[in-house]
Design a protein around this ligand. Sequence first.
Ligand code: FES
Ligand code: FE
Length: 365
Amino acid sequence: MENRIENRMKETLPAKFYTDPKYFTEELEQFYFKRWICVGRTEQIGKPGSYFLAEIGGESIIVTRSLEGKIHAFFNVCRHRGTRLCDKESGSFNGRIACPYHSWTYGLDGRLVGAPHMADVVGFSMDNYSLHAVNCDTWDGHIFLDISKAAGKLQDQLGPLQEKFRAWRSEDLLIGKRIAYTVKANWKLIIQNYSECLHCPVIHPGLKKLTHYLSGDNEPLSPHYLGGSMDLNEGVVTMTATGKTDRQIFPHLSAEQRRHVYYYWVLPNLLLSFHPDYVMTHTLWPRSADVTEVICEWHFHPDEFKRADFNCEDAVDFWDAVNKEDWHVSELSQLGIQSRVYSPGPYSHRETLLHGLDSILTGGR
Ligand code: FES
Ligand code: FE
């Protein structure tokens, strides 16, 4: 009898999934190089020539906009002798991407347009040395890249999520604040932490005043995303320290949507949190098995920025505090899992979603 119960009990993952560098490398291949990943917002490259770099697994990708307004992405690797073309995190190209070494130059569409001293090299053709391109697409103002060029269509990866949050008109929203965090924890621990709220009353004193941790309503596991909603407590309008806001509620939300906050993990690296008056996003950038960089952004309706008294600090301060509480406990998890005595522990019935999530994250290994 005891054994049967043992068999039914779901357990957390073995330590290697959080600590083994070899496993980490395989995982990056599987999740970050073979799927569409979210790298930023179209707003970040509003003008032709503006660019930013996306860094993942030792690769650097240039994301830019051509003179025609099209978004392009390329490996940050010169086709002459391989030099990294630009090392500034973001900026603006003056119509051309020029290599700092021997001045090969490329158009904003990646075509090689200048190669000094190559004209008399037999067999050389500029046409054969465009930058290595990466597939790009956008959804709701988010820029996605498919580094492998074999991930299929972004629409297929997003599935039903594409229409789910249409009412927020996310493609129109503008960034009010961005904070980068370095978290000394495996990226999966951050997703697991995001996907359950049993810890909320324990470590988030600010959060529990606004939503009840058991009001969560998760959707069944999907291959595209994982998420659900929580009810805002009576009298709470949004997630700020006071539960109030001076901002307008997004105009197209239904009565139901105004009374909830929605938390969704979009595989593999985007966390979306929809509030009645703002959208918060996190993108996760695993740097090693035990370190993850997290970029958190707060997005607001464009009309808010026109107000002389626009201030987003209430939303930012609230979540910055909660973020830090989550990062701290994720770091404690990482430390404990690294111990020689760690072995998988049992999940409660309220954590069955996490067990499903583990299966997705370990890809059946
Ligand atoms: Fe780029 Fe030579 S390595 S121009
Ligand atoms: Fe939390």
